[in-house]
Design a protein around this ligand. Structure first.
Ligand code: SAM
Length: 259
C-alpha cells in the first residue's frame, strides 16, 4: 500500500475522531488494507480522498473497522449465570433499582437480551438500560429492532414468542415494550465521559481489538464507573490480567466485582 499508515491514522482521526492508535495495529492494518484493495485503490491517500467524497464508502469503512457482529444471549452459559447468580446477587446487594450499562452494544442484541432477562425479576417499566456504541449506524439499526434468525439462534423460545413479531420466515422485530427499556447513546470508550454509579457494566467482544494500554485504561475507567461491590461482565476471551491491581476481584467466570 502506498503512503504511510501513520499519516492515514491521523487523517482518520481528523475526519472521525476515531483513534486507530488504540486498536491492535497488525490486525487493524491488515483489515483496512484488504478493504482498500477491494476497491482497487493502491494508496492510503487515494482512499482518504474517496472517504471524504463518497458517503457509501465512508459508511462502509466505519462499519468495517468497528466490527459489529452481535447476537442475542451470546455465550448462553454466561447468561444462565447472569440469571441464576448475578441478578439475584445484584438485587440483594443494591435493591431492585439497578443501573446497567451495555458498553459497545452494537445492534442492540446485548441490551435487549439484558432487558428480557431482567423482565423475569422486574416489571418492564422499572427496567432502564443504558446502551452505548461509537457507531451511530448500528444504534439506528438497534432502534428499528429487526433481526435475522441467525442472531436469534440462542434466544430462549419463550422470549421469542413473548417479545418478537415475526416479519417473515427469517426476520423478527423486537417489541416496543422491550425497546422502551433501553436508551441508546453514542459513546467512545476511548475518550468520552463514562456513566457513574453503575451496578452492572456489560462490555463484551470489543476490548479484544484494543492495545493493552488502551484496555487497561478502559478497565480502570469501568472500575470508577461502578459502585463498590458492583459487577463487570466481560466477553468469553477477555479475562482481565492483573485484575486486582485495577481494583477488581473475581466474582464468577467472566464477572468481576469492584473491590
Ligand atoms: C463485536 S461488537 C460487540 C457487540 C456486543 N457487545 C456483543 O458482545 O455481542 C463490537 C462493538 O464495539 C464497538 N466499538 C468499537 N470501538 C469502540 C469504541 N472506541 N467505543 C465504543 N464502542 C466501540 C463497535 O462499533 C461494535 O459495535
Amino acid at each position: 500500500m502506498l503512503g504511510t499508515y501513520e499519516a492515514f491514522k491521523q487523517s482518520i482521526y481528523d475526519m472521525t475522531k476515531i483513534d486507530l492508535n488504540s486498536y491492535k495495529e497488525r490486525q487493524m492494518k491488515r483489515r483496512i488494507e484488504a478493504l482498500i484493495s477491494k476497491h482497487n485503490i493502491t494508496s492510503y491517500q487515494d482512499y482518504i480522498v474517496k472517504l471524504k467524497n463518497d458517503k457509501v464508502i465512508f459508511d462502509e469503512f466505519i462499519n468495517y473497522i468497528t466490527i459489529n457482529v452481535s447476537e442475542f444471549f451470546r455465550n448462553p452459559e454466561q447468561w444462565a449465570l447472569l440469571e441464576k447468580e448475578v441478578f439475584p446477587y445484584l438485587m440483594e446487594r443494591f435493591g431492585k433499582d439497578i443501573k446497567i450499562w451495555s458498553a459497545a452494544c452494537s445492534t442492540g442484541d446485548e441490551p435487549y437480551s439484558l432487558a428480557m432477562l431482567l423482565s423475569k425479576f422486574l416489571p418492564l417499566n422499572k427496567i432502564k438500560i443504558i446502551a452505548t456504541d461509537i457507531d451511530r449506524t448500528v444504534m439506528d439499526k438497534a432502534k428499528i429492532g429487526l433481526y435475522s434468525d441467525k442472531s436469534l439462534k440462542d434466544l430462549p423460545e419463550d422470549f421469542l414468542k413473548k417479545y418478537f413479531n415475526k416479519i417473515n420466515d427469517r426476520t423478527y422485530q423486537i417489541s416496543d415494550q422491550i425497546k422502551a427499556c433501553v436508551e441508546f447513546k453514542q459513546h467512545d470508550l476511548l475518550k468520552d465521559v463514562y456513566p457513574s454509579n453503575c451496578d452492572l457494566i456489560v462490555c463484551r467482544n470489543v476490548l479484544i481489538y484494543f492495545t493493552d494500554e488502551a484496555k487497561n485504561k478502559i478497565y480502570q475507567d469501568f472500575n470508577k464507573a461502578l459502585k463498590k461491590d458492583a459487577l463487570l461482565f466481560v466477553g468469553s476471551t477477555e479475562q482481565i490480567i492483573q485484575s486486582q491491581q485495577i481494583g477488581f476481584l473475581n466474582f464468577k467466570s467472566f464477572f468481576y466485582k469492584k473491590a
